[in-house]
Design a protein around this ligand. Structure first.
Ligand SMILES: [Zn+2]
Ligand SMILES: [Zn+2]
Length: 160
C-alpha cells in the first residue's frame, strides 16, 4: 500500500497525532448528531470539508468550525423546510446509540480510544500501513455510537 494519503478517508493531509485523531473523532460525532456525513477525511476545522446533507442528499463543502455551531441555520439552499429540520434531528438522535454494533469494533471508551490512538502512532511510525488503517477505522470510522466515541476521545486527550 502506498504511504502517501493512505489515511485520506479519515484525515485529509493531517498526520495521525493524538490531537488530530481526537479532533477528527469529535468532528465525526458532531456531524452525525447534526445529520451530516463526511465525504472525505477530516481536514481540520477551518478547511473546507466535502460533506453530504443526510436530510436531503445535498453534497457540498463546509467548514467544520461552522457546522459545529450548526451554521448556517438553514443548512444550505434547497434543503428540507426549516420547520421540519428540528423534528428530523430529534428522530435522528433517538436512533443514535451508545453501543457499537459494528463487525469491526470502534473505540467508544476513553481507555480504548487512548490505547488505540497510541497504537496508531506507533503503527504509523513503523510504516505498518494496514495495521494503521484498521486502527484509524476504530478511532474515526462511521459508527452509530460516534457520539459516545467523541466524548471518550475528549476524555482520553483533554484539550488544555
Ligand atoms: Zn439538506
Ligand atoms: Zn461501531
Amino acid at each position: 500500500m502506498a504511504e502517501s494519503g493512505y489515511l485520506d478517508q479519515y484525515l485529509h493531509e493531517l498526520p495521525p497525532s493524538t490531537r488530530n485523531v481526537t479532533s477528527a473523532a469529535m468532528a465525526v460525532a458532531r456531524l452525525s448528531e447534526l445529520d451530516w456525513a463526511p465525504r472525505g477525511g477530516y481536514p481540520g476545522s477551518d478547511v473546507l470539508w466535502p460533506v453530504r446533507c443526510l436530510l436531503c442528499g445535498w453534497e457540498g463543502l463546509r467548514f467544520y468550525s461552522h457546522l459545529r455551531r450548526a451554521r448556517p441555520k438553514g443548512r444550505h439552499a434547497g434543503c428540507v423546510p426549516a420547520s421540519e429540520i428540528a423534528d428530523r434531528l430529534d428522530q435522528l438522535r433517538q436512533g443514535l446509540t451508545g453501543t457499537c454494533p459494528c463487525e469491526q469494533p470502534h473505540a467508544v471508551t476513553a481507555e480504548a480510544f487512548q490505547e488505540t490512538a497510541l497504537l496508531l502512532g506507533s503503527a504509523h511510525a513503523d510504516e505498518a500501513w494496514d495495521q494503521a488503517l484498521a486502527l484509524a477505522e476504530s478511532l474515526m470510522g462511521s459508527c452509530p455510537a460516534a457520539g459516545r466515541r467523541g466524548r471518550a476521545a475528549q476524555r482520553a486527550f483533554p484539550r488544555t
